[in-house]
Design a protein around this ligand. Structure first.
Ligand code: SAM
Length: 466
């Protein structure tokens, strides 16, 4: 098929640029952005859309003349929107949220207060956690293939190539986390390559090394966790001692031995090799103790903005009882505790609930209670008659959204205000639609937690229908 011209209108979550041709949606692979006029070649026609490769950019929109900072741009799937002006990124994210609210939640945007997305000040070095994977199969780029580049050692430590469960893009500099994140990763990679460690083989499920997690805090604490495969004890000690002596600034050095087929470690023992088994973070006068398995928002600066906005939208008063479902280490609950009568947090990860209870003590907060378990099993009518009906219910679930049983419970107990926080506006919109018989969406507030990526966080404030 011959090449054709289209204008790019949008960017998709999967990393495609989107345009239309003769009424059909075209997903374009290649680096271009909304406003660009491009030449494309269609290589696959599906029922409702076509896939195309970018051939050339005929006219570049002036908003897209941003030079990507990172040398891995276009190969690594981490920060795919680096070539788009930040203001334009925000516009696109805002629009994505509103589209979902209109299309899936069926909200009338004319009667809903829609606030402009809250952008970030820091566009790089904004993450407090990065997770790198070891693989014996590094990603080989088209350019390397074309130039017949000889790759002697195919072991790689870096990020997964999108859609390839086994291929890893080796990373030399990542602009997402403050130093010494890059030094630690590169030193570990060099040390392991020169000391005969084997990197994970995703087909055979063998290899000494599986992944490396680096967490940092604004108080300059550093947690490093190495996830090993089926490895000899002396190799664990070799790498751990290397990290301990090379990076004395690490405050928590931990490891996990994972012989399972999958990489999740929530059901495994995390062993402390050196230092504490937790990190301390500080935000808005509150201190947080965070252990290895606990969730903590990865952009600390934006998390502070997010939490303050949640409090504002809830219009909480000193007589209110607040439930914080999916509470993690109790962050939202303890933000509320200062303004309301009582807060109750529920979370599935045991160590996170232990952290939440300790965080209440650490911050001298006495009006909070935390419970461990699946929200759908814990928050029952019995639980509510025991602990009091919530006036405000905050819901901040994982990407998959809320279980239908939780929706049923909400519809039965009918708190006057719901604050639904989500990193996945599609599932959020689905759940809001299911709550529609009893709730109106009063306000929508997107927040950008992840500049240069398609990710967007969204807060919806819902009020009980009269
Ligand atoms: C998006 S995080 C939000 C955490 C917290 N609100 C914060 O801002 O740090 C979602 C949390 O839900 C927890 N979680 C996931 N499924 C759950 C379930 N079925 N019941 C209770 N908690 C769950 C996760 O462990 C995680 O801590």
């Amino acid at each position: 098929m011959d090449s054709q011209k289209i204008k790019i209108e949008d960017l998709s979550e999967e990393g495609y640029s989107i345009g239309h041709l003769d009424g059909r949606v075209i997903f374009v692979q290649g680096i271009c952005a909304p406003g660009d006029e491009v030449e494309i070649k269609i290589f696959k026609k599906k029922k409702n859309y076509s896939l195309a490769n970018l051939i050339s950019i005929i006219h570049k929109d002036e908003n897209n003349n941003v030079k990507p900072l990172c040398s891995h741009f276009g190969v690594c799937n981490g920060c795919q929107w680096q070539h788009v002006l930040y203001e334009k990124q925000l516009e696109i994210k805002n629009q994505h949220v509103l589209d979902k609210m209109e299309r899936i939640a069926k909200i009338d945007l004319n009667t809903t207060e829609v606030n402009k997305i809250l952008g970030a000040k820091k566009l790089t070095h904004y993450r407090n956690k990065l997770e790198y994977t070891f693989s014996c199969q590094c990603w080989i780029s088209e350019e390397q293939i074309k130039n017949n580049v000889e790759i002697e050692n195919k072991n790689a430590l870096g990020f997964h190539k999108m859609k390839y469960f086994n291929k890893i893009v080796p990373i030399s500099t990542c602009f997402l986390q403050q130093d010494p994140s890059n030094e630690i990763r590169n030193a570990v990679d060099t040390f392991c390559k020169t000391n005969g460690f084997s990197y994970y083989n995703f087909h055979e499920h063998t290899g000494d090394l599986r992944n490396l997690i680096i967490k940092t805090t604004t108080l300059n604490q550093i947690m490093v966790i190495v996830q090993f495969g089926d490895v000899e004890e002396k190799k664990i000690h070799l790498l751990m001692n290397f990290l301990k002596t090379t990076f004395p600034q690490i405050t928590s050095l931990q490891y996990i031995v994972n012989k399972k087929l999958n990489e999740t470690y929530f059901d495994l023992d995390v062993k402390t090799f050196y230092g504490q088994d937790y990190l301390i973070e500080e935000m808005d006068g509150l201190r947080w103790k965070i252990k290895a398995k606990s969730f903590f928002q990865t952009n600390t600066q934006q998390a502070s903005i997010l939490y303050k906005k949640i409090i504002e939208l809830s219009q909480a008063s000193s007589e209110d009882v607040v439930y914080d479902l999916y509470t993690g280490v109790g962050t939202i609950a303890l933000y509320f505790a200062r303004y309301v009568k009582k807060v109750i947090g529920v979370e599935i990860i045991e160590s996170a609930i232990e952290d939440a209870k300790e965080n209440a003590k650490l911050n001298k907060i006495e009006n909070s209670l935390f419970f461990c378990g699946d929200v759908k099993d814990v928050v029952t009518e019995d639980f509510i008659s025991q602990h009091g009906k919530p006036d405000i219910l905050v819901i901040d679930p994982p990407r998959s959204g809320i279980h239908p049983q939780v929706i049923e419970t909400i519809l039965k107990i009918k708190p006057k205000t719901l604050i639904y926080v989500s990193c996945n506006p599609s599932t959020q919109a689905r759940d809001i639609f299911a709550l529609k018989e009893s709730y109106n969406v009063k306000q929508i507030q997107p927040v950008d937690m992840f500049p240069n990526t398609y990710h967007v966080e969204n807060i919806c404030a819902l009020e009980l229908k009269k």
